[in-house]
Design a protein around this ligand. Structure first.
Ligand SMILES: [Zn+2]
Length: 109
């Protein structure tokens, strides 16, 4: 099963809307100069995300997600030799102390 060109429209990119499990916003900074047909920069699975606005609390104390890293990728489409990320791949949101707090939710690519 190959990766068809039409699937480029489900590659996570600089304009994708991604949330943490608690409603925070995940911004992914991509380091590539490679641009998708839609004009957005594709995200590599090594590209880290930053989370803002997470309201998660544990025992009444704030324990927000502040970063996100991808744990699965799309090896069929690579960017600068690195697998891309597409709709359906999984990123894990973490606290500043690297405590995993759940999967990121890709709302739109
Ligand atoms: Zn969160």
């Amino acid at each position: 099963m190959g990766f068809e060109l039409e699937n480029l429209n489900i590659v996570v990119n600089s304009g994708s809307v991604i949330k943490c499990p608690h409603g925070g916003s995940v911004q992914v900074k991509t380091t590539t100069m490679s641009v998708l047909p839609n004009g957005k920069k594709a995200v590599k699975w090594t590209d880290p995300g930053t989370v803002s606005g997470c309201a998660h609390r544990v025992g009444g104390r704030p324990q927000p997600c502040v970063k996100m890293s991808w744990v699965t990728c799309n090896p069929l489409y690579t960017i600068d030799g690195v697998p891309s990320v597409m709709f359906g791949n999984v990123g894990i949101c973490k606290t500043a102390a690297n405590v995993p707090q759940g999967p990121a939710i890709i709302l739109s690519v």
